[in-house]
Design a protein around this ligand. Structure first.
Ligand SMILES: *Cc1c(COP(=O)(O)O)cnc(C)c1O
Length: 356
């Protein structure tokens, strides 16, 4: 072969199917409920801070993200050297696999779960081990622990699980960690942490403090409403955080992203009020769906899951016609984000019309 060839694993990388933007319909506002974004516009102070920072676009960002590390350390009461910031938590997941896996090493995760997992694993020439979810959309943690082999380097635990919605409890996580050997890295993907309202929620910070092999990944994309700026952070014991920083893309987190993240942490109380309103909408939607006879799984993120199987494409089409865009997973189901009250009303309308 005379032309340059990428490594064979590159051709095996599954495509990331991004949520579609809403179709433009004359005379009708359409809503995007396909990417679990925050429907609220940015908080006023955040926009101003970013506008100021825009003037520095000729300069590289602070490569050490010093001010952001300091703010995160203060907010979550962790040492700054237990943190690693990155271009979204997707960036962190890539870095975790890159730093901990040789080609052929195994990464265990539930399936279906976040679609970036097999992409990151395959890109690193590592091997995905997918453990089917339980019928109610929960992780089968016993089966995941049993799937750990001599080749396993990383286990990804997604709570709440995207796209099905249930969260694991602290008791379940503790029991799981007791079964996993200490040399296996357990990543707790807490992208939707702020939306969890269960009796025994995972306390990620307390958990990582008790275990040398636990890393938390978190993001500013969902509750904080900064999806467009690409910033996330990991909390981990110092050696793991150092490994993540070592493989990070130099200057990956832009100045505007750093500034927006800091300004958002300063306004955390205000942002968490918005989360509370979204949680109230989620409750309204889930109750409304159940009243209409839909058996949806427990929804602990900012989205609900419809396990529609072969009817998924029809459901997505019917949603389009009502001016809401959902995220179909062909042959499996549809994930629908909690959006503006009007958008959520349309989902309930769809749930009334569409055959169960
Ligand atoms: C949205 C999401 C992320 C975060 O992605 P970013 O790269 O931070 O925008 C991570 N994990 C899960 C499960 C998600 O749904």
């Amino acid at each position: 072969m005379s032309s340059p060839q990428p490594r064979p694993n590159v051709a095996d990388i599954p495509p990331y199917v991004a949520g579609k933007p809403p179709a433009v319909r004359p005379g009708m506002v359409s809503y995007k409920l396909s990417s679990n974004e925050n429907p609220y516009p940015p908080l006023p102070g955040v926009v101003e801070a970013v506008q100021q920072a825009v003037g520095q676009m000729n300069r590289y960002p602070d490569m050490g993200s010093t001010a952001l590390y300091a703010k995160l350390a203060e907010t979550f009461e962790v040492p700054a050297d237990h943190l690693s910031v990155a271009t979204g938590s997707v960036g962190l997941i890539y870095q975790l696999v890159q730093a901990f896996c040789d080609p052929g090493d195994e990464v265990v995760f539930a399936w279906r779960s976040f679609e970036a997992y097999p992409i990151a694993v395959t890109a690193a020439a590592a091997t995905s081990v997918r453990v089917p979810l339980l019928p109610d959309g929960r992780h089968d943690l016993d089966a995941m622990a049993a799937a750990v082999t001599d080749r396993t380097k990383v286990v990804l635990v997604c709570t709440p699980n995207n796209p099905t919605g249930p969260a694991i409890t602290q008791a379940e996580l503790d029991a799981f960690l007791a079964q996993v050997p200490g040399h296996v890295l357990v990543v707790v993907d807490e992208a939707y942490l702020e939306f969890v309202r269960t009796d025994d929620p995972v306390d990620g910070i307390a958990t990582y403090r008790r275990h040398d092999n636990v890393v938390l990944t978190r993001t500013f994309s969902k509750a904080y409403g900064l999806a467009g700026f690409r910033v996330g952070y990991a909390v981990a014991p110092a050696p793991i955080a150092a490994a993540l920083r070592a493989v990070s893309l130099p200057f990956g987190v832009s100045t505007v992203a750093q500034v927006a993240a800091i300004a958002s942490l300063e306004r955390r109380a205000e942002l968490l009020e918005r989360v509370e309103a979204l949680v109230a909408e989620r409750t309204r939607v889930v109750e409304g769906l159940r009243e209409r006879g839909w058996d949806v799984p427990d929804a602990q993120g900012n989205f609900v899951w419809f396990g529609l199987g072969e009817r998924t494409a029809d459901f997505a089409l019917a949603a389009d016609e009502l001016g809401i865009v959902v995220r179909p997973f062909a042959g499996e189901g549809a994930r629908v984000s909690i959006g503006e009250p009007e958008a959520n009303d349309r989902l309930l309308d769809l749930a009334t019309r569409f055959p169960r």
